[in-house]
Structures are given as structure tokens and as C-alpha cells.
Design a protein around this ligand. Sequence first.
Ligand SMILES: [Zn+2]
Length: 110
Amino acid sequence: MSRPYSLMIDPGHGGKDPGAVNKRLGEKEKDIVLEIGLLTRRYAMREDYLYMPYMTRSCDKFVSLQGRCEKAKLYGVQAFLSIHTNARPSRGKYGIEIEAWCFPGSKRGR
Ligand SMILES: [Zn+2]
């Protein structure tokens, strides 16, 4: 079965760029988002899913923003999913943040 939709999974940060760091727990954003990215790829690869997933990184290495964009262009992906686990400045604030970008007038963006 061919997969009509291509998806670039982008675990943010990596390598020299740890992203947000929880010093108390010793956790780094780059490790958490990589694990989420690998799980997302495994999920998207299921036979009954229509997505062909690619990844900007699948190990702990630094990839520049330009490098991430070039990889997406190289594969001509239809969607780009960048994964981050942002930090919050104070206790008592919780939630999720989702940003969706599209390109008005673009058939692919739709
Ligand atoms: Zn981040």
C-alpha cells in the first residue's frame, strides 16, 4: 500500500542544544522530544496509517533550523511537525501549546 501523505517529524533541539532543562530532575528537552518523535514515527508507520514519516533527527545530534528546512524540502513533505516541551517560568501554570502554520493560497498548505 502506498502512503499518500508525507510527514516530517522534527524533535526540537539536540546535541549541543539541550532546549529547556529541568535541573532538579536532570531532564533535558532534547531527550524528551526525541523519545516522543521516535514514538510518533513508530505510530505513523503502522500499516493502517496513511503517513510516510521522515525525521529531522533520530539520535542526539544538533541540526540547524536551516538543516531541518532543507531536509523537509528534500523529501517534499506535506506536513512538518516540530515537537517541543516548553518550560514555564513559574509554578501553577499548566497546559499545552499548539501552533499551526499554513500558506494561504497554497494547495499543499490547505
Ligand atoms: Zn524547544
